[in-house]
Design a protein around this ligand. Structure first.
Ligand code: NAP
Length: 324
């Protein structure tokens, strides 16, 4: 089969679509012919050698895909050859075929394209697990979502609103802020022009849950802007890893700071998260009440261009790679 292989030239990653050995499946897995996958920020880090796959996972890029089942493992029940599916992966999506545990598969609805299916798993499950299972966001509370126009952010805004929360976001461009408001954000702050903590404290007494992919650059202000019992869920380090913080905010407001990754969780936990997400929100995704936000599509052979586009922060929502 063919897959994207990462080479290096002038110390930069170069992504090539080339022949690789065929995928084999374990008894608990299905072989899926991939029709679409999608770019995640983590793929850019992995291509640069900074985010290795967890032990046992494919070292091919790609954390999600949609396609058709080509073979069913001996221990898998409930799935048949030809079923249209999508799934979260620990790796291996940028390829013609992928091995996926049966428990991770979600049925791809008839009215969804493969591109739509590939745009769902990573960002919706990340937003879900971190807002609700880690952050324990409740109706009536306020969530602050940084990088609101990112893939994760566009899902998180909608999930938090659907759960009855007030939603504040930050983003770095006017058209991104407008899109966040269309998706339901109650307050959208341009972090390049305004201090988000000052803006929020000018209109409210703070927030309860923060979904934060920025890390160091935001930690002190995140703590400042939290209400009593606030939860800061860190999911990325776009703004660095070494931070200083006024611990008085943490102590006096009894804050919780949570670090969270999805990819490294045990399979059973990822299956449980997928099931809980589907139970609570799948119907709203099916009906279109929750929108799958796709920015653009590239043929997988142009994965390099897609990575460059994402690295330049040009996307709102997902960048999909189609596999012919
Ligand atoms: N922990 C996990 O399990 C997990 C899972 C999935 C994703 N993530 C993380 O979640 C984040 C979003 O992922 P994604 O794939 O949805 O990203 P994405 O679509 O590529 O969007 C990322 C956006 O972040 C903003 N940004 C970049 N550098 C920034 C900085 N230094 N300060 C503030 N904002 C910055 C940019 O938007 P602006 O134009 O608004 O600046 C950029 O477009 C990433 O950090 C990713 O690693 C974590």
């Amino acid at each position: 089969m063919k897959a994207i292989i990462v080479h290096t030239a002038d110390e930069k990653p170069v992504l090539n679509w080339e022949d690789v050995p065929d995928v084999t499946i374990r008894p608990n897995e299905c072989l899926v012919t991939v029709r679409a996958t999608a770019v995640n920020r983590a793929d850019l880090s992995q291509a640069r050698g900074n985010y290795p796959p967890p032990p046992g996972a494919s070292d091919i890029l790609g954390l999600e895909m949609a396609g058709e089942i080509a073979a069913v493992g001996a221990d898998v029940t409930g799935w048949q050859v030809g079923d249209r599916v999508c799934a979260l992966l620990p790796g291996g999506g940028y390829a013609e075929q992928a091995a996926v545990p049966g428990g991770m598969l979600l049925p791809l609805p008839e009215h969804w394209s493969f591109a739509q299916g590939a745009a769902v798993p990573e960002v919706w499950l990340t937003a879900f697990v971190n807002l609700f299972l880690e952050g324990k966001l409740q109706a009536g509370e306020t969530a602050l979502i940084h990088a609101g126009a990112s893939g994760v952010g566009t899902a998180a805004i909608q999930l938090a609103k659907a759960a009855g929360a007030t939603v504040y976001v930050t983003a770095g461009a006017t058209h991104k802020l407008d899109r966040c408001r269309e998706l339901g954000a109650d307050l959208a702050i341009n972090y390049k022009e305004q201090d988000f903590s000052a803006e929020i404290l000018a209109v409210s007494d703070g927030v309860d849950v923060i979904l934060d992919p920025v890390g160091a650059g935001y930690l002190a202000r995140n703590a400042e802007v939290c209400r009593r019992f606030g939860r800061i869920v860190n999911i990325g380090l776009l703004g660095g890893a070494q931070a200083q913080i006024n611990m008085a905010h943490v102590l006096r407001k009894r804050l919780t700071i949570i670090g969270s990754t999805l990819r490294t969780r045990p399979l059973a936990e990822k299956i449980a998260i997928t099931t809980q997400f589907a139970d609570r929100f799948w119907d709203q995704l099916l009906s279109g009440e929750l929108q799958i936000v796709i920015d653009s599509q590239f043929p997988v052979e142009q994965a390099q261009q897609a990575h460059d586009y994402v690295a330049q922060n040009r996307n709102i929502g997902k960048v999909v790679l189609t596999v012919a």
